[in-house]
Design a protein. Structure first.
Length: 278
């Protein structure tokens, strides 16, 4: 039986010092392989999961029940902590959000993130007061549950095209920290200077940085900047999609199977999952 309590304690310790990578699987197989590679924790990816179900990355398209079942499946499949990408919290108001958080905590995850994006192109971010109230409601729901789950608050300023994304992200992250967030996260920037400013702004609380594209930065570089946690979002799933799309196009458009060159052997994968299930 999975020891979720021990996983959660380990997850909290990971955030106390140093820097670690928390890659993002999108199903049980990828989660288990990342554990096999020695990663100390994994995080779900809302987009990677949505794409695997033939859906767009939207809480309107991916219902709460489906997401919660996915969290529970991933958490039960590995022996390392799982952080859940819970979009904006699946709640139109703080009461509904708190109920969603209680259900999320019950899936066995060790942490989860809530973003401040509304999904509305005309008003892409919740007003700051409302966004803070939502983080505070999530914090209260966790505390009431008695389960030691880490709360990550995300400021989506860089992703929604805010005119002053850095200063607005700092303003929001500092407010979310005061409201009870354990970890702060402003996805988007891959620039050293911006990442350093974000780290300094939320210190001593840990900052999650995301590497969703190749910027030249390494894990060591980010560690030197003071980043505590590094995720990759949908990038690993898009690596898989890229290989699939390129190979399929070669067959469809050129009648060529060149896209199969250099594939991981069937026997290697089959032997890995045979051992995993023995």
């Amino acid at each position: 039986m999975t020891d979720f309590k021990a996983q959660r304690a380990h997850f909290r310790r990971l955030h106390e010092a140093g820097c670690f990578v928390i890659p993002n699987p999108w199903d049980v197989g990828t989660a288990r392989y990342l554990q096999h590679l020695g990663f100390q924790a994994v995080a779900t990816t809302s987009s990677g999961f949505a794409f695997s179900r033939g859906l767009p990355d939207s809480s309107a398209a991916v219902p709460r029940e489906l997401v919660l079942a996915h969290f529970a499946e991933i958490a039960a499949s590995v022996d390392i902590p799982v952080n859940a990408d819970f979009q904006s919290g699946y709640g139109a108001d703080t009461n509904e959000l708190a109920e969603s958080v209680r259900l999320c905590v019950g899936t066995g995850i060790s942490g989860f993130s809530i973003e401040d994006a509304t999904g509305d192109s005309k008003k892409p971010l919740f007003e700051l007061d409302e966004a803070v109230d939502r983080i505070a409601a999530a914090r209260h729901a966790i505390d009431e549950s008695g389960v030691d789950v880490l709360l990550t608050a995300r400021a989506e300023c860089f992703l929604v095209g805010h005119p002053d994304p850095l200063n607005e992200a700092i303003r929001r992250l500092q407010a979310y920290s005061e409201a009870g967030a354990d970890v702060l996260f402003a996805p988007g920037p891959g620039d050293r200077k911006i990442i350093q400013e974000l780290v300094d702004a939320v210190s001593p609380k840990p900052l999650n940085a995301i590497m969703s594209a190749y910027s030249g930065l390494t894990v060591d570089d980010l560690a030197e900047l003071g980043v505590r946690r590094i995720s990759v979002g949908s990038s690993l799933s898009r690596v898989a999609w890229t290989g699939f799309i390129n190979a399929a196009k070669l067959i469809a458009e050129q009648g060529s199977f060149e896209g199969f060159e250099g594939l991981t052997p069937y026997t290697e994968l089959n032997e890995f999952f045979t051992k995993e299930n023995s």
